[in-house]
Design a protein around this ligand. Structure first.
Ligand code: SF4
Length: 291
């Protein structure tokens, strides 16, 4: 729970504030970009939200913040409830962003896929009543796809509650003891149409992406949208093997997609041609920067 006494001086004056417990995970800036900005090592309120849409986004950010660093001097309980009920947020065609990001994954994003043959959870949000109820109402969770070792968060609790099968790569499996399905090697695997696993070693040895319906690429910490560069980005630090990472980026050229849905970094929808061109530019940039 954010505390007014810890309110950062970088916040715009007014009701919403960020306090000094912020871990700078970017979640609030993705959800409410007009209201929150990065300021040094923290987020801060750039300007107070105005109008229904911005207020809803600001309360969504308050709920999604993994460490409770966003507060209000006076809470609007009706808007808070509206924000609570809005999660998970529908992105498109049965694909949702869950919100309630977990500190255990440093505020990583997680997603839900509603599918008639069984729903999928991609990485894990906090284990909270609102999401458990929403997932139950949509038919539960059959499969939990873990992109890599850093973002397992509360997946074991969701697996137990829903009787779900967790999938993780063997190289990262120590992070998910008891995971029901272990992936080996680097060859893409069609689990069942239209779910395809693409191992993308680089950030970690066991990093994997999930391509759903030939359109939605759940990319973990392997690939994201960088709004400042207006380009796709990939990790430059905290990397297990930089050369393998570039090989894995190049591998995605053979798997057309539209949406990039990462654990960290911004979401984006592109055309397949734009996505391919951005992958090429990313590879050119990174190869040119080699020592
Ligand atoms: S969501 Fe919370 S922890 Fe993350 S940047 Fe915003 S205020 Fe900081």
């Amino acid at each position: 729970m954010a505390h007014p006494k810890k309110r950062l001086t970088t916040n715009a004056a007014g009701n919403f504030f960020v306090d000094a417990t912020c871990i700078n995970c970017d979640t609030c800036r993705q959800l409410a970009p007009k209201s929150f900005k990065e300021e040094g090592d923290y987020s801060a309120v750039a300007r107070q939200p105005e109008g229904d849409a911005e207020l809803l986004q600001a309360y969504q950010a308050l709920l999604a913040c993994p460490v409770g660093s966003i507060g209000t001097e006076q809470s609007d309980k009706a808007r808070l409830q509206e924000a609570m009920k809005s999660f998970p947020l529908l992105l498109e065609d049965g694909v949702y962003y869950n919100g309630f990001n977990s500190e255990k994954s440093f505020g990583g994003n997680s997603y839900f896929i509603r599918h008639p043959d069984g729903n999928w959870l991609v990485d894990s949000p906090r284990y909270v009543g609102r999401l458990i109820k929403a997932f139950e109402e949509m038919g539960g969770i059959r499969t939990i796809f873990l992109t890599h070792e850093d973002d397992v968060a509360d997946s074991a609790r969701y697996a137990e509650h829903f009787g779900a099968t967790r999938i993780i790569h063997r190289a990262d499996a120590a992070a998910s003891p008891g995971a029901e399905r272990i992936v080996d090697g680097e060859e893409p695997i069609v689990v069942s149409e239209p779910f395809q696993i693409i191992p993308v070693p680089g950030h970690t040895e066991g990093s994997m992406a999930l391509l759903y319906d030939g359109r939605f690429l759940f990319s973990g910490d392997h690939l994201w949208w960088d709004p400042e560069r207006n380009a796709l980005g990939a990790p430059e630090r905290l990397v297990w093997d930089g050369e393998r990472l570039l090989t894995s980026v190049a591998k995605l050229r053979g798997h057309p997609f539209e949406w990039v849905l990462p654990g960290h970094g911004d979401r984006i929808r592109l055309t397949p041609a734009e996505a391919a061109a951005h992958l090429d530019r990313l590879l050119e940039r990174r190869r040119a920067a080699r020592p």
